[in-house]
Design a protein around this ligand. Sequence first.
Ligand code: TYM
Length: 340
Amino acid sequence: MALSYGSMADSEATSTATRPRAFSGIQPTGTVHLGNYLGALRNWSRLQETTDGVYCLVDLHALSVPREPGEIQRATLEAAKDLISIGIDPQRSTLFVQSHVREHTELAWQMQCVAGFGELRRMTQFKDKSESSQFVSAALFTYPTLQAADILLYDTDIVPVGDDQRQHVEFTRDIATRFNSRFGDVLVIPEHRIPQAGARIMDLQHPENKMSKSAESPMGSVLLTDTEAQIEKKFKRAVTDTDSEVRYDPENKPGVSNLLAILAVATDGDPTTLAENYTQYGPLKTDAAAAVIELLRPIQNKRSELDDQTTVDLLNLGADKARDVAVPVMERVRDAVKLL
Ligand code: TYM
């Protein structure tokens, strides 16, 4: 693919220091799904118009649960292709791999020193993941301190995420404020940006759970790489509710409301208004599938043009750009903590 990418000088020339900075991350574990896309990634792409975007493949976070050697390496490359194909422009934004910028782990230690054991224990993601795992690593427990370091290392103003990351961003604000009260005005306090629609896309088979990479049934998640036939099948088999009324009511009708939410976000509509067009579940499922196919088609076309080497080159460029920001911020933190 003719993906040209500029020198450092080119990339610096296109970034404007006065824009607010957006930072977010995704774990490179398995294929990106529709929940990731509608809840977060689509906004990353849109925010490029108004912000200086820094987007990170958080491979070290992915190691907090046991993995086979090499698994994360391959998944990181694939996830980078996903991000580029959904519209993250590695020249306009900074797209990079967490482990390529060593300052993340260094700042994470400083964050662990100001985070409370009790506040980490209250993190709902830790509770959920530790209950369902046989081996619970110390890294799974301290995970939010590395996430806080990711965000704080880039003087981030806004963090575009899905609803499940709200608590982690609030934790980041809390510990950054604590750090500043101990060591001076060193860290920028970020805010989350959670979309009104699409912030929590649910599993198609278990609409009481969010769509997730680790779902028990593959029929529950729509992947960015799914074929038209697979998408149609998944929507056709989607679990709906016992009565047949089409109404947007996430609490009492989670299955149908999820389909309406997906259709609404995919078509920039409103789920309650859209519900008025349907008297049966069948046509709603067909329309939701068709809207998702349309939405994913350009992404899939672009993805098929990306090769490994081009992607690696773009990630190397991203790491250079990321270090330009992260290194001085880490120096600021070291100076403030005052070690010999
Ligand atoms: P991760 O990899 O689980 O998900 C990436 C993004 O996708 C959103 N998301 C969803 N949105 C709507 N509906 C869903 N079903 C759904 N599932 C996932 C997530 O909210 C997220 O925005 N801890 C983070 C990664 C991370 C990070 C960061 C994020 C590490 N450092 C710094 C922001 C800033 C995570 O595991 O996301």
